[in-house]
Design a protein around this ligand. Structure first.
Ligand code: FAD
Ligand code: NAD
Length: 395
């Protein structure tokens, strides 16, 4: 009989781990595995706040996919997925079509703007290497422009919409970067404003209150101005309008107000909530035993019936579980329910500073920053071994 064909869409956290595990677990000629990704590199999304602010080189956040997989075992196709047709078991790429017996969707998420007028058109978001290069260059350009048009004070106003982990990690870096740019362009730091606007009554809603206070104090001391308990209700070319009526003039709005699943998933006809599919205990789309959806495109419920937050941590674990269940499917053996093991959360607040909860330990400051480095290095080790850790770690 024909060898089953597995197609993995997306080489993010979920997709890369699925591919690497499959190449380990499958026997010779047991399945044909194809990995499809828009770029020939994987990006380390959890580092993107740094190159976005300009505090680290974007090349530290990208890894050549062919360095991670064994081409004798996995076919890599650099292509953009255009459409998924689950009924026909086909995927349409920008160049060509792939058929599959088993599909893994690991296409990640997209910014969720909740229909806020102008947000999609005027704000930037931290989501890929290209998008963070754009943000970094845009910020530098505002300084250059201000030197030519010094009456335009709004060029030095930087607005970040949303103070979830992405927003907080980014303002932490931005607060480190601004003094460098002030020096470079000979601008008085007092002229520059970093605003972080959060709709919820607190920054980092839902996180440990003591650590939230620590983060807020630290970031305020670094110059970040928070607007808390007030939503952005509009974004224009001139800046943002808040629900309170306050207008913040700015040429730079970075939106970190939330993410949704990749639109290809809902376009494929799966039932979604904010673009995500509520998957079964084996991470399969309901009614489609041949389609696994992992990472930011899926919703997996915790025992209390609430969705786990979409994180790299969970996407990786789902990748490993999916690889095992694909092998089991092919061998006609019993699939194993996915059991996530959440180790904790550590978020950076800029150079040498972080907050985190790991197991029952709360940490802050330098210790937390070291923990964040260890977590990042562990990930590099999992996907690329010691050589990758050494190549990509900024010490
Ligand atoms: P992704 O990693 O987003 O990968 C999706 C892949 O699909 C990409 O390679 C993309 O190029 C490809 N793709 C997309 N569309 C197409 C298409 N049409 N055709 C072909 N390929 C396509 N989580 C944590 O657990 N810890 C952290 O410390 C952390 N820090 C973060 C910091 C920042 C700044 C951000 C933005 C997020 C952070 N997260 C963190 C969240 C985490 O990055 C995501 O949950 C995770 O990346 C989701 O993984 P994924 O596999 O679903 O998708
Ligand atoms: P998020 O959804 O977690 O946070 C978005 C924030 O924006 C929320 O606090 C929300 O109240 C706010 N918001 C929404 N609409 C708004 C409006 N109109 N005006 C002002 N504020 C508004 O999104 P995220 O921060 O991008 O995080 C996405 C996922 O990635 C989460 O699961 C997060 O845990 C994970 N992540 C983890 C880390 C880490 O572990 N270090 C870092 C970044 C992201």
């Amino acid at each position: 009989s024909r060898i089953p064909r597995i197609v993995i869409l997306g080489a993010g956290y979920g997709g890369v781990v699925t591919a690497i595990r499959l190449q380990k677990e499958l026997n010779y000629n047991e399945a044909d595995v194809t990995l499809v990704n828009k770029h020939d590199y994987h990006y380390i999304t959890t580092h993107l706040h740094m190159p976005a602010a300009g505090t680290d080189d974007p090349k530290n956040a990208r890894v050549n996919i062919l360095k991670l997989i064994d081409e004798f075992k996995i076919d890599f196709i650099k292509a953009t997925v255009q459409e998924i047709r689950p009924q026909e078991k086909k995927v349409i790429l920008d160049e060509g079509t792939l058929s599959y017996d088993y599909l893994v969707i690991g296409l990640g998420g997209e910014p969720e703007t909740f229909g806020i007028p102008g947000m999609l058109e005027h704000a930037m978001s931290i989501r890929s290497i290209n998008s963070v290069n754009f943000i970094r260059e845009h910020i530098e350009y505002q300084f250059a422009k201000y030197k030519r048009e010094p009456h335009r004070k709004e060029l030095l106003n930087f607005v970040v919409g949303g103070a979830g982990f992405t927003g907080i990690e980014f303002v932490g870096e931005l607060a480190n970067r601004i003094p460098e740019l002030c020096k470079e362009f000979n601008v008085d730091p007092a002229e520059v404003n970093i605003y972080n606007v959060e709709a919820a009554p607190t920054i980092l809603p839902g996180f440990d209150a003591e650590l939230v206070d620590y983060a807020r104090q630290l970031l305020e001391d670094k110059g970040v101005q928070f607007r808390i308990g007030v939503a952005i209700k509009e974004c224009t070319e001139e800046g943002v309008v808040l629900a309170s009526g306050e207008e913040i003039p700015s040429a730079t709005v970075v939106w970190t107000g939330g993410i949704r699943g990749n639109r290809l998933i809902e376009e494929a006809g799966f039932e979604t909530m904010r673009g995500r599919v509520k998957v079964d205990e084996y991470l399969r789309a309901p009614g489609h035993d041949d389609v696994f959806i992992i990472g930011d495109g899926s919703i997996f419920m915790n025992p209390e019936g609430r969705p786990y937050p979409p994180t790299a941590q969970i996407a990786m674990q789902q990748g490993a579980a999916t690889a095992s269940n694909l092998v089991a499917s092919i061998r006609n053996s019993q699939l194993k329910p996915f059991k996530p093991s959440i180790k904790g959360t550590v978020a950076s607040l800029g150079r040498g500073e972080a907050i985190g909860v790991v197991g029952k330990y709360k940490m802050r400051g330098f210790v937390a920053a070291m923990m964040k480095k260890i977590i990042d290095m562990r990930y590099l080790y999992i996907i690329g071994g010691i050589p990758l850790v050494l190549r990509k770690t900024k010490l």
